[in-house]
Design a protein around this ligand. Structure first.
Ligand code: F6R
Length: 608
C-alpha cells in the first residue's frame, strides 16, 4: 500500500523516482507524484491513475534536479485525486512531504493548523505534516520534522525536503517500513527494497523513532530527541534486481508460480539433521516444546488459509488443539491465550497491520509468538519472540502464490517438530513424512511441466460469473485459496465450502452456468467427495476436479480433471494448490485482467 522513493545524488532525480516507483507498483496505488528540488525552486508534479500518467507529464515538461521525493498513493483519507496525491506542500511552497501510513489525530491537527492561519488544500492526513514541519521550522529541518512527528498519533514513513536545504533529504518512520539504499555518492530512500536495487544492495533499515538526515555522501541517524544513533541497522540484500524482474515471463504472478519448487526447497533446507527436525527459531527447551498445550494461529487472506492447513497437520500429528482466527477478529475477540499458548503469526509481508496488532495483543496476554514471514527485517520480525523465514525470494505479484506454498512448507516443519517433541508420531513415521516432504518440490515441478490441459480448461470458463470451490479435510483450505485466487485476479465471484456443507445452502446456487471446482485428491474422504460431486452434477453443474494421477474413475464424474502426482494425504496441500493457482491465472489473463495488480488490492496491507 503506497510507495515512497527519495533520491539524492548526481542523477536526475525524476528518473530515479519514477523508475523506483515502478518497482513498487505491485503494492497497489491510485495516484502518483514527485517533488524535485533545484536551484529553480521546488517542482511538484502529481497525476491521478497509473504511473504512466505521471511519467508522460514529466516527459512533456521535464523537472530537472538531483534531489527529490516520490510517492504512489493508495487512498485512505480523501478520494483518489490529483489534489490528494502526494507530495504535499506547506503554505510557503518550500517544504514537500511524502507519507505512508495513517495519522489518526489528523482532524485535531487540521483544526489547530487552520486556527493558526495555515491553508490546507487537500483532504489528506499527510498534508498536516507539511504544515506542522513549516510551523516548527527554525532553520534545522531534521529538528522540525522530529518536533512535528512527536505531535502525531498513528503510523508513518516520511520523506521531507525543504528549499532551504538543497542537499538534504529527511526520512523518518513509525510502524511503516522505510529503508535507505546506501550507494556511492548517492542514496535512495524507499519503502521497499526493489526500489533501491538498481543502485545498491547495501541497505540501512530505519527503526521506529529514528530520523535520518540523508545527503549524497552519507546518512546520519538520530533519535527524535536529536541524539546520534551510532549503530543503525545495516543489511546486505541477498537477492538482486533480476529476482525482482519478470525474467521472460509475461507477469510476475506466472514467474512466481513457476518459482515454487525452489521456494519450497529453500524453505525446507537444513530442517532435518540426524533424524531431528531443526527449528531453533522456537528458542524453547525440548520440555517446553513438549509442554505446549494450545496453538493459536493468526493471519489474513492467503496466509490465513495456510493457517487452516496447519491446524489439520498440528492436530493430526502433534495432537495439540489449534485455533485459527483472522487477525482482524482475533484482536477484538478477547482471545483465550496465555503463557501456555504458542501463537503463530503468518504474514508473507511481515507488515500486515491486523496481524501486527494481533501479535501485540497475544504478547500482552503472555503468549509466546512465533512469526512466519518472507521478508527479512520486516516489522513482525521485530515484534515476535521468534521468526521462521520462508525463503521464497521477493514476491512482486499482489496475489500471493509462492509465499503461500512456502508458508505451508514451513508449517509442515513446525507441525513435525511439535509431533517429535511430544512423541505423538513414531520416529520411523517422522522420517517417512520427511522424505515425502522432500519430494514435494519435484512433484510441483512435474505439475508445472504439463499445463496445456489446464489452459484449455481455463478457456472454457472465462465467461463464468460465479463459481463454487469444494473440498474436504485438508482440501477445504485449498478450495478456499483457489476461490480467493480466482476472485481477486479475475473478478469472477468464487465461494469456497466444505463439500459436505454444500447441501446445507450453497447447493441452491448450482446451475449449468456455475462451474464447481472440487479438490478430489486421494484420501480418507475421497468417496464422500465423489458423492458431493454427483450431487452438484445432478443439478447441472460443470465440474473441474483436482485429482491424483492414476484415478481414472474420476473422469466419469467431472468435465475436466487436473491431475497432481500422488503423495501422502496430509502433504497433498501444496501440489493440489498449483492447478488452482494456474486456473485462476489463465482465466484472468483470458479476461484481460491485470493479474499482477488486481484492482483495489495492495501487496502489504498496512492499515487496519
Ligand atoms: C491474496 C493475498 C492477501 C494476503 C493478505 C495477508 O492473494 O495476497 O490475501 O494474503 O493480505 O498478507 P500477509 O501475508 O502479508 O500478511
Amino acid at each position: 500500500m503506497c510507495g515512497i522513493v527519495g533520491y539524492i545524488g548526481p542523477r536526475q532525480a525524476s528518473d530515479v523516482l519514477i523508475g523506483g516507483l515502478a518497482r513498487l507498483e505491485y503494492r497497489g496505488y491510485d495516484s502518483a507524484g514527485i517533488a524535485i528540488l533545484s536551484s529553480a525552486g521546488l517542482d511538484v508534479v502529481r497525476r491521478l491513475g497509473k504511473l504512466v500518467n505521471l511519467s508522460n507529464a514529466v516527459s512533456e515538461s521535464p523537472v530537472p534536479g538531483t534531489l527529490g521525493i516520490g510517492h504512489t498513493r493508495w487512498a485512505t483519507h480523501g478520494r483518489p485525486s490529483e489534489e490528494n496525491a502526494h507530495p504535499h506542500i506547506d503554505c510557503t511552497g518550500r517544504i514537500a512531504v511524502v507519507h505512508n501510513g495513517i495519522i489518526e489525530n489528523y482532524l485535531e491537527m487540521r483544526e489547530e493548523l487552520s486556527a493558526t492561519g495555515h491553508i490546507l488544500r487537500s483532504e489528506t492526513d499527510t498534508e498536516t505534516i507539511a504544515h506542522l514541519v513549516e510551523a516548527y521550522y527554525d532553520g534545522d529541518l531534521a529538528a522540525a520534522v522530529s518536533r512535528a512527528i512527536k505531535r502525531l498519533d498513528g503510523s508513518y514513513a516520511l520523506g521531507v525536503v525543504h528549499l532551504d536545504h538543497p542537499d538534504v533529504l529527511v526520512a523518518a518512520r513509525k510502524d511503516s517500513p522505510l529503508i535507505i539504499g546506501i550507494g556511492e555518492g548517492e542514496n535512495v530512500v524507499a519503502s521497499d527494497i526493489p526500489a533501491v536495487l538498481e543502485y545498491t544492495r547495501e541497505v540501512l533499515v530505519l527503526h521506529d523513532g529514528e530520523v535520518a538526515i540523508v545527503t549524497a555522501d552519507g546518512v546520519r541517524v538520530r533519535t527524535l530527541e536529536g541524539a546520534d544513533v551510532s549503530d543503525p541497522e545495516m543489511m546486505h540484500v541477498e537477492w538482486d534486481l533480476a529476482a525482482a524482474e519478470k525474467g521472460g515471463y509475461d507477469d510476475f504472478m506466472l514467474k512466481e508460480i513457476f518459482e515454487q519448487p525452489k521456494a519450497i526447497r529453500e524453505t525446507l533446507r537444513g530442517r532435518m539433521c540426524n533424524g531431528e527436525i531443526q527449528l531453533s527459531e522456537l528458542d524453547m527447551k525440548p520440555e517446553q516444546v513438549a509442554g505446549i498445550d494450545r496453538v493459536f494461529i493468526i493471519a489474513c487472506g492467503t496466509s490465513y488459509h495456510a493457517g487452516i492447513v496447519a491446524k489439520t497437520l498440528i492436530e493430526q500429528w502433534a495432537r495439540i488443539p489449534v485455533e485459527v482466527q483472522v487477525s482482524s477478529e482475533f484482536r477484538y475477540a478477547d482471545p483465550i491465550v496465555d503463557d501456555d499458548t504458542l501463537v503463530v503469526a503468518i504474514t508473507q509481508s511481515g507488515e500486515t497491520a491486523d496481524t501486527l496488532a494481533g501479535v501485540r495483543e497475544a504478547r500482552e496476554r503472555g503468549a509466546k509468538v512465533i512469526a512466519i514471514t518472507n521478508v527479512v527485517g520486516s516489522r513482525v520480525t521485530r515484534e515476535s519472540d521468534g521468526v521462521i523465514y520462508t525463503h521464497a525470494g521477493p514476491e512482486i505479484g499482489v496475489a500471493a502464490t509462492k509465499t503461500f506454498t512456502a508458508q505451508i512448507a514451513a508449517l509442515y516443519v513446525l507441525a513435525l517438530k511439535l509431533a517429535q517433541a511430544k512423541g505423538t508420531v513414531q520416529q520411523e513415521r517422522i522420517e517417512h513424512l520427511w522424505s515425502e516432504l522432500s519430494r514435494i518440490p519435484d512433484l510441483v515441478a512435474t505439475i508445472l511441466e504439463d499445463i496445456d490441459g489446464l489452459r484449455e480448461c481455463a478457456d472454457e470458463y472465462i465467461g463464468a460469473r460465479s463459481s463454487l470451490f469444494l473440498g474436504r479435510g485438508i482440501g477445504v483450505p485449498i478450495a478456499m485459496e483457489g476461490a480467493l485466487k480466482l476472485k481477486e485476479i479475475s473478478y469472477i465471484h468464487a465461494e469456497a465450502y466444505p463439500a459436505g456443507e454444500m447441501k446445507h445452502g450453497p447447493i441452491a446456487l448450482i446451475t449449468e452456468e456455475v462451474p464447481v471446482v472440487v479438490v478430489a485428491t486421494q484420501g480418507h474422504t475421497y468417496e464422500k467427495v465423489v458423492s458431493n460431486i454427483q450431487e452438484v452434477r445432478a443439478r447441472g453443474a460443470q465440474v473441474i476436479a483436482v485429482a491424483t494421477h492414476g484415478d481414472e474413475e474420476i473422469r466419469r464424474h467431472a468435465e475436466h480433471v487436473l491431475y497432481i502426482p500422488a503423495t501422502t494425504e496430509s502433504l497433498s496441500a501444496i501440489p493440489a494448490t498449483i492447478p488452482l493457482q494456474l486456473l485462476a491465472y489463465y482465466i484472468a489473463k483470458a479476461r484481460g485482467c491485470n493479474v499482477d495488480q488486481p484492482r483495489n488490492l495492495a501487496k502489504s496491507v498496512t492499515v487496519e
